[in-house]
Design a protein around this ligand. Structure first.
Ligand SMILES: Nc1ncnc2c1ncn2[C@@H]1O[C@H](COP(=O)(O)OP(=O)(O)OP(=O)(O)O)[C@@H](O)[C@H]1O
Ligand SMILES: [Mg+2]
Length: 274
């Protein structure tokens, strides 16, 4: 499923109450079918805003986008799209439901009950629990799981719908390094089994280079595309590749953009773990 963003400008009311805050300043981006696209940029540059525009999430009381168009498979995206799902750093699992019920939750909606026969709903839920390694925790509650396991539940719930687009807003950002690495491995495995177009926001350059078919970097606000490159190295990518000339040159060019091209003092929050 192809996503085309053209001339996207997003302005919000300025925090001081006078004038506007221009966040996105003419973003043109096309995401091709079936790729893992990583989106980076300094804190506050509008990454979540861009993801919300693609996910059909519109802020209350704000025209969104201010200018430009979002097309999904050639059709204007003006609200929620059935084939597009989002996952967040806060995984939004319901504490009153079991793991299995959380994964099956989308099938409570009439639309999905109609689209997917009951027997297939059950088999998909079982398949997803197995795929994320939580089959033995099906009857646990989210409070009995770790952060990483909760994020597995959220990923299973997203992919149980077999979405054609998965929008991920720093889904592993709150996890410690070892668990984050496990989740990256899991994501690559899940995408291979359940192919979908992914746009994945991260602060973590290593994560971007380990996962991405493509890396898009936004500039400091008002944000434009500061860099955009593809990575052809096959996954899984090793530490050695990250440290290779190619890997370290890619890391260096992203770091430079995240610093706003102004050296070590500028830009937003940057995490590099190479
Ligand atoms: N609904 C809104 N109303 C007013 N301002 C907003 C709204 N949503 C976002 N903003 C502002 O727009 C800017 C960009 O926000 P956004 O959340 O898209 O950035 P981000 O790149 O995802 O940041 P982070 O890296 O911290 O997650 C911020 O200054 C934010 O305060
Ligand atoms: Mg954000």
């Amino acid at each position: 499923m192809k996503i085309e963003l053209s001339g996207i400008v997003q302005e919000y009311p300025a925090p001081e109450g006078v004038g506007v805050l221009r966040v996105l300043d003419g973003v043109d981006l096309t995401f091709e079918e079936g790729k893992l696209n990583m989106l980076l940029g300094p804190s506050g540059c509008g990454k979540s805003t861009l993801l919300h525009l693609m996910g059909g999430v519109r802020p209350l009381g704000v025209v969104s986008p201010t200018e430009g168009t979002v097309l999904i498979d050639g059709e204007p995206c003006t609200g929620h799209h059935d084939d597009v799902v989002m996952v967040f750093q806060r995984y939004l699992n319901r504490p009153d439901l079991t793991v299995r019920q959380n994964v099956a939750f989308p099938f409570r909606f009439k639309l999905w009950r109609k689209k997917v026969p009951k027997a297939e709903q059950d088999s998909r839920v079982d398949e997803m629990l197995e795929a994320v390694g939580l089959a033995d925790k099906a009857h646990h509650r989210p409070s009995q799981l770790s952060g990483g396991q909760n994020q597995r539940v959220a990923l299973a719930r997203a992919l149980v719908l077999r979405p054609r687009v998965l929008l991920a807003d720093e889904p592993f950002g709150a996890l410690d390094a070892q668990i984050r690495h496990e989740m990256q491995v899991l994501l690559v495995d899940l995408i291979a089994r359940f192919p979908t177009t992914v746009v994945f926001v991260t602060h973590d350059i290593t994560e971007a280079l380990i996962l991405g078919d493509r890396v898009v970097v936004l500039s400091t606000p008002p944000a434009r595309i500061a860099d955009d490159f593809t990575i052809t190295e096959a996954r899984p990518r090793s530490e050695n590749w990250l440290r290779s000339t190619e890997g370290s040159q890619m890391a260096a060019r992203v770091i430079e953009q995240l610093r706003g091209g102004h050296g070590p003092e500028g830009g937003g929050q940057v995490r590099v773990t190479v």
